[in-house]
Design a protein around this ligand. Structure first.
Ligand SMILES: [Mn+2]
Length: 242
């Protein structure tokens, strides 16, 4: 008997040119999840209905998007921070801890990695160039499907085990990054300038929690190791459902 694919809940972003929160996302995420054997659904950003949303899915994929409002870190917004979406912030800061509490598999991409870290108690560089001191360009202006910088992955990490390597080439469309890593998460990948490029919780008890600063959904077609991130995530969702 053919088993049903695990349902993966995806967050959505606000189109930067739209005043209201149209829930949009690129097709890359949908293709990456379906190719890995999952069935994607887009979750509505309703902060006080997170448990009902989580009841529908076996895994949570936090997609990329605009910058988090710094008030969630007790600060004012950096002048270069942009594309805010207060409702999305509120929704994701509520649904992430709720998913962790259920030990549901979580996969965060770019902003999703940052939100994962903030929701669990970590902090952010609001602007890498200004606050981390890097002169390295992480904000790739065009061709986001192409890898532009190297990433070194901790040899003992789950991420390295999934990728099958400790050296990858990634795309980079961010100017913010993880600063202090949240309790329970570990930094497991770094750009050449030291910027954190991935966090994970590899405790078998806590299921699957992984965040990457790059966009693997855009690299999955060309890089088998990036496809494996989605395959492993969907497998974890299948295990969670079981
Ligand atoms: Mn980068």
């Amino acid at each position: 008997m053919k088993t049903k694919p695990p349902v993966i809940g995806l967050t959505a972003l606000r189109s930067p040119d739209k005043e209201s929160f149209h829930h949009v996302l690129t097709g890359h995420y949908l293709r990456a999840v379906t190719a890995a054997g999952g069935f994607p659904i887009v979750l509505p950003a309703i902060p006080d209905r997170c448990d009902e949303a989580l009841d529908l899915v076996s895994g949570l994929l936090l997609i990329g998007g605009g910058d988090i409002e710094a008030r969630h870190l007790g600060k004012g917004n950096h002048p270069r921070a942009k594309f805010f979406n207060p409702l999305r912030d509120e929704f994701e800061l509520a649904i992430i801890p709720a998913a962790v509490k259920r030990k549901m598999p979580l996969f965060g991409v770019c902003r999703g990695e940052q939100l994962l870290n903030v929701a669990l108690g970590g902090t952010m560089y609001q602007d890498i160039g200004d606050e981390q001191g890097s002169s390295f360009e992480h904000l790739q202006e065009d061709k986001p499907d192409q890898a532009v910088h190297a990433v070194s992955v901790a040899a003992e990490s789950c991420l390295a085990a999934i990728l099958g390597t400790t050296q990858v080439s990634v795309n980079s469309t961010h100017h913010q990054a993880v600063r202090d890593v949240a309790p329970g998460l570990a930094a497991v990948a770094w750009a050449p300038d030291g910027v954190i490029e991935a966090v994970e919780s590899c405790d078998a008890e806590r299921s699957f929690i992984l965040g990457v600063q790059w966009h693997p959904e855009r690299l999955a077609a060309a890089q088998p190791e990036q496809r494996r991130l989605f395959e492993r995530f969907v497998k974890a969702a299948e295990h969670y459902r079981g």
